[in-house]
Design a protein around this ligand. Structure first.
Ligand code: SD4
Length: 330
């Protein structure tokens, strides 16, 4: 059902943390400021999600739109149960429920988001449905799940035996550490540029492992986990959502790019806002990726070990990100 039809039919006319990591598996490159010319189709994503990024890149090469490609790419990772921070197989909250958050933005400035969703694997695609089939931007919890079934998404058990086992292990101590340190995250934020030079993006996560019931991070919040302005570029965040939320980090990066900063410098400035404001950044990680309209890209984090995948010109590679706290090198 299209958005207008939905409006008519509903009458709404007015209106202890787990440690996971993505191993580098493709050719590596280190850069401070990637400034290649746009190849027409570019996909970048947080961390080492090489398959999802390649799938998105190949979809762009085949002429798919930026939004279609981004959703295709992140959906692959949502379905991959080996990822413990995204989609099916994600770590549960402290009550044992896997709850997912996601958002998308298209090249026309439209946005869709779902928060605290249970039993649905492809929440980025669901966020797209919210954007395209309802008059709203965000649907939460039971309402989002019910909407998913109306849109013919399947009910699935998201807690895999492996995640359940880890959760039961965590329960023994039940130590509540609501921070995301330098090792324990894998949210996928993806930015895509299609052959027309249009930019879109998606961000999807199971969030903080063993989080408080009801906790929602930055990932599904437009402007924090993801922001796209097709006139300027896009940005996505990963790391401790609470800190990204406080800076509205992805929106900040896009605005900095609008005012002339390169994607790399804008990511650095956004990270430094957190560094300057937080009492200490020793125990948590904040990371960003960005791409501008010229196809230039960048990434930066507080601590080392952040990387992005980048697909352009048919090549998918992992790029180690520069970072703030150099003392960790020793
Ligand atoms: C959150 N930012 O829920 C997410 C977690 C994350 O990689 O990025 N994990 O706070």
């Amino acid at each position: 059902m299209k958005r207008r039809k939905f409006l008519r039919s509903t009458g709404q006319l007015g209106i202890g943390l787990a440690v996971v990591g993505c191993a580098p598996e493709i050719s590596e490159q280190t850069d401070q400021t990637a400034t290649s010319k746009p190849s027409g189709s570019i996909a970048i994503c947080t961390w080492g999600f090489k398959d999802g990024n390649r799938i998105a890149g190949e979809a762009l090469d085949a002429g798919e739109s930026a939004l279609d490609a981004a959703i295709k790419g992140v959906s692959h990772e949502e379905e991959n149960i080996a990822n413990n921070s995204v989609g099916k197989g994600g770590r549960p909250d402290r009550e044992g429920n896997v709850t997912l958050d996601a958002c998308v933005m298209d090249s026309n400035g439209n946005a869709g988001s779902v928060v605290y969703v249970q039993n649905i694997t492809n929440v980025a695609a669901l966020a797209r449905k919210v954007m395209e089939e309802t008059p709203h931007v965000i649907l939460a919890g039971d309402g989002a799940e019910q909407f998913a079934y109306e849109q013919e998404f399947q009910k699935e058990e998201l807690l895999t035996p492996e995640s359940k086992e880890d959760y039961e292990e965590w329960l023994k101590e039940s130590e509540y550490k609501p921070i995301i340190n330098i090792e324990n995250h894998d949210t996928i934020g993806m930015l895509t540029m299609d052959k027309n030079g249009d930019i879109a993006g998606a961000c999807t996560t199971s969030g903080l492992a063993y989080k408080m019931k009801g906790r929602v991070g930055d990932s599904p919040i437009i402007g924090s986990g993801l922001y796209i302005d097709n006139e300027v570029g896009g940005a996505a965040g990963t790391g401790l959502g609470e800190e990204i939320l406080k800076q509205v980090g992805s929106f900040l990066i896009v605005e900095l790019m609008r005012n002339g900063m390169s994607p790399q410098k804008a990511c650095e400035e956004a990270v430094m806002r957190t560094v300057r404001k937080a009492e200490s950044v020793k125990d948590f990680q904040v990371c960003y990726i960005a791409m501008n309209k010229a196809g230039e890209t960048g990434s930066y984090s507080i601590h080392q070990h952040f990387s992005r995948m980048e697909y352009r010109g048919g090549v998918n590679q992992r790029i180690e990100s520069d970072y703030h706290i150099k003392a960790e090198e020793s």
